[in-house]
Design a binder for this molecule. Structure first.
Ligand code: NDP
Length: 285
């Protein structure tokens, strides 16, 4: 009888990484698809990233996720970077193409997939308001712009970061972009189609916090999204629901970005429902 005891390896490099829940959904997906693959949660200190990437090649690992603080630094150690990841300036997923390490960013793609599939919404020609200008906001803005939204208003506390993102969207995509400094309570413009909280406000354990906006300016015509995956139902989304808006939580984005990574690595269709359930079960209710 022929035997194959070798598992294919993927995982995540991060620091700190112990609480990263991605293993839960990826291992559930491997089991569901009967793949002999393993997802490893690996603590990599910033000064060791270069060696870790060499180790990845040496052990013929099939890919890796990058999380804080490695998403930008990893660019140095890759053979190629996907065009959208290059625009975003960060990589959260590395896949192997032959012996080449290719950098991808699936965060914004996951958000877009959630908008299209969970919310059944076509982003083309929409007016978008994004709260925040950090890594998640950059990934979302780039993918929304490439998908053809009309205008993005970026609202951020630190002006330099917000303006830099506005310039990126204006100079590198066909979407128009404006910056609003977030130094006082923000009123959502009436013509907004999609409002996104892309800040870290409301993330567990800070579950009572919500972004400083005029909640009465949210209307039932708006689509209101949060990137916070845990808890899925944030105070921000609760407030939006109270105003009759349709809402989308950050758990969907997290699942889809993982599903896109799963498919890049394995070439197999991801069991999105299985991954969603696995993560939902470990998150705050
Ligand atoms: P960053 O640290 O890169 O950016 C954080 C952003 O939040 C910045 O714009 C920052 O503003 C803003 N912010 C934080 N606190 C406040 C505050 N008190 N008032 C106003 N603005 C504030 O983080 P990331 O972009 O990487 O992550 C943001 C969130 O997105 C996290 O909670 C993370 O869990 C979530 N995320 C979810 C994903 C998913 O798949 N669902 C994927 C990736 C991230 P400033 O620039 O002024 O500091």
């Amino acid at each position: 009888m022929k035997s194959n005891y070798k598992s294919e390896l993927v995982g995540v490099f991060g620091h700190p990484v112990a609480e990263n829940p991605t293993i839960i959904m990826q291992e559930a997906a491997f089991q569901d698809r009967k793949l002999n693959w393993r997802y490893l949660t690996i603590e990599v200190y910033p000064e060791d990233l270069k060696d870790a990437m060499r180790g990845l090649r040496a052990m013929n690992m099939r890919g890796i996720n990058l999380t804080i603080p490695h998403k930008v630094e990893v660019l140095k150690y890759l053979d190629k970077i996907a065009p959208d990841a290059a625009l975003i300036g960060a990589v959260n997923t590395v896949r192997l193409d032959g012996h080449m390490l290719i950098g991808e960013n699936t965060d914004g793609k996951g958000f877009l997939q959630s908008i299209k599939l969970d919310a059944q919404m076509d982003p083309v020609d929409k007016n978008v308001v994004i709260l925040g200008a950090g890594g998640a906001a950059r990934a979302i803005c780039v993918e929304l712009a490439l998908a053809g939204v009309k205008k993005i208003t970026i609202v951020n506390r630190t002006a330099a970061r917000g303006k830099e993102l506005v310039n990126l969207i204006k100079n590198k995509t066909k979407t128009s972009a404006v910056f609003v400094e977030w130094d006082t309570i923000f009123t959502v413009p009436e013509k907004t189609d999609i409002l996104v909280n892309a800040t870290s406000i409301g993330l567990y354990p800070d579950v009572e916090s919500k972004p400083n906006i005029e909640y009465t300016s949210i209307t039932k015509h708006m689509f209101v999204c949060d990137v916070i995956p845990n808890p899925p139902l944030t105070r921000f989304l609760k407030e939006a629901e109270l105003r009759g808006a349709k809402t989308l939580d950050g758990l969907g984005m997290l699942v889809y970005q993982g599903a896109i990574g799963f498919e890049m690595w394995t070439g197999v269709n991801a069991p999105v429902d299985v991954m969603h359930k696995a993560l939902r079960d470990v998150f705050v209710k």
